[in-house]
Design a protein around this ligand. Sequence first.
Ligand code: INI
Length: 155
Amino acid sequence: MGRYDGIEELEPGTNGAGLRIGIVMGRFNIDVGDGLLSACTAALVKQGVAQKDMRIVTVPGALEIPLTLKKMAQSGKYDALIALGAVIRGETYHFEIVSNESSRGITEVQLSTGVPIANGILTTEDDDQAEVRMAQKGLDCAIAAIEMARLLPRL
Ligand code: INI
């Protein structure tokens, strides 16, 4: 029972043991991608996800991430997926297109397939901002993926 007497509340589950997690990382800003990936995989391991149950796929940039996720989601091999990458305003004239379209695609894939996807595509003004945020974002995505993989079968 949760905080409200008489009302059942589903507590968040963060045990990753037995979960199969797929990660898609865009290589466009590779240093940030690597920072996201190392924080994310470390957190998954800490929560009990086995290394043999994880798969990492890399693609050129954020715009290639949604289709890759869709194929992985449709395969039935994953309990949750994680998208990692960085779109940095200072380095692109089409920041809005890349950030909005990658995000829209990720949402569309999770809604159409029913496989949860943690969105760890950072959108920042510059490199420094991305580097400050990458460790926390990688960790947050690991926890979000596990929580959603645990929650959805219970609904
Ligand atoms: N891809 C990114 O992941 N981040 C960016 O900041 C970025 N910029 O700056 O344009 C970017 N562009 C590449 C894009 O994702 C595709 O790989 C490319 O358009 C080929 O489809």
